[in-house]
Design a protein around this ligand. Structure first.
Ligand code: ACM
Length: 271
């Protein structure tokens, strides 16, 4: 199987322009699964709820998702991409898995980062794993990386690959995803963006460094920290099915969840 990612600099608030950038940027993609950044069609630093409402789309009438469907038809592939989702009165920071026949599944970001909490509702369902023939794809979005339960839940539900659209501003995720892959024996594809945006007096500098990582924690592909880039690698999905270490230990059957529940965690602090 051939997988890839496209990191680029979306234009804030301009869905049509971002569709064009994506169409142009992935011309040379010849793989089976491609991942794009978080909020790839709208940009990130949306000023307020009105700005979000101007770019949020219901999946069944989304310009962004129909652009992806056309690309999937043309290239006979699947694409995971972040988009602003409208659902009645609510807007979600979502990720869609799209194929030649349209939207296959949608994940709504559970862990909203900073000012996103002013703009979006948090995801209202668990992370999901989608079966694509011989491959099982789970989705999480950017700051979900900081909560290892998300990757663990996806892995326990059978994900071979974690597709991870991102708009990273903090430096730690590229390294943390090595651990997420190692501890779950899964592949991950983190598609970050590049460039800068500002919101109020805050300047956001996105770190690039998109990564494709193997179940053994090897970095199979790494993006530049400031340039747009298309990356593609071959992977063997079966490597993610084997949860046994060379020592003979099994990552999943040796878990002891009955011993893991904290008596303190509902209190929110240790005092
Ligand atoms: C992030 O979750 N976009 C940092």
């Amino acid at each position: 199987m051939r997988v890839g990612l496209f990191q680029f600099h979306p234009v804030l608030g301009d869905i049509d322009k971002n569709c064009s950038l994506i169409i142009q940027g992935i011309k040379q993609f010849h793989g089976d699964l491609l991942v794009l950044p978080e909020l790839a069609f709208s940009g990130y630093a949306l000023k307020n709820r009105d700005a979000v409402n101007a770019v949020a789309e219901a999946p069944h009438q989304s310009r962004a998702l129909s652009c992806l469907q056309s690309l999937c038809q043309e290239k006979n592939c699947h694409i995971v991409a972040g988009f602003a989702e409208q659902n009645g009165e609510k807007t979600f920071n979502s990720s869609a898995l799209v194929g030649p026949n349209g939207v296959v599944s949608i994940y709504r970001k559970i862990h909203l980062f900073g000012f996103e909490q002013e703009l979006f509702s948090p995801g209202d369902g668990p992370p999901i794993v989608t079966n694509l023939g011989h491959t099982r794809v789970g989705m999480m979005i950017c700051f979900d990386w900081m909560f290892p339960e998300v990757a663990r839940t996806l892995a326990l539900d059978g994900a071979d690959i974690i597709a991870h659209p991102a708009n990273l501003v903090m430096p730690w995720c590229p390294q943390a995803m090595v651990t997420r892959c190692l501890e779950n024996h899964v592949y991950s594809i983190t598609a970050n963006r590049v460039g800068k945006e500002s919101r109020s007096s805050q300047e956001l500098h996105f770190i690039g460094q998109s990564r494709i990582i193997s179940p053994a924690g090897e970095v199979l592909g790494q993006g530049h920290d400031s340039a747009s880039q298309l990356l593609e690698v071959d992977i063997d999905v079966m490597e993610a099915r084997n949860k046994t270490l060379a020592s003979g230990n099994d990552l999943f059957s040796e878990r002891q969840p009955q011993l893991y529940s904290s008596k303190l965690h509902h209190q929110g602090n240790m005092s």
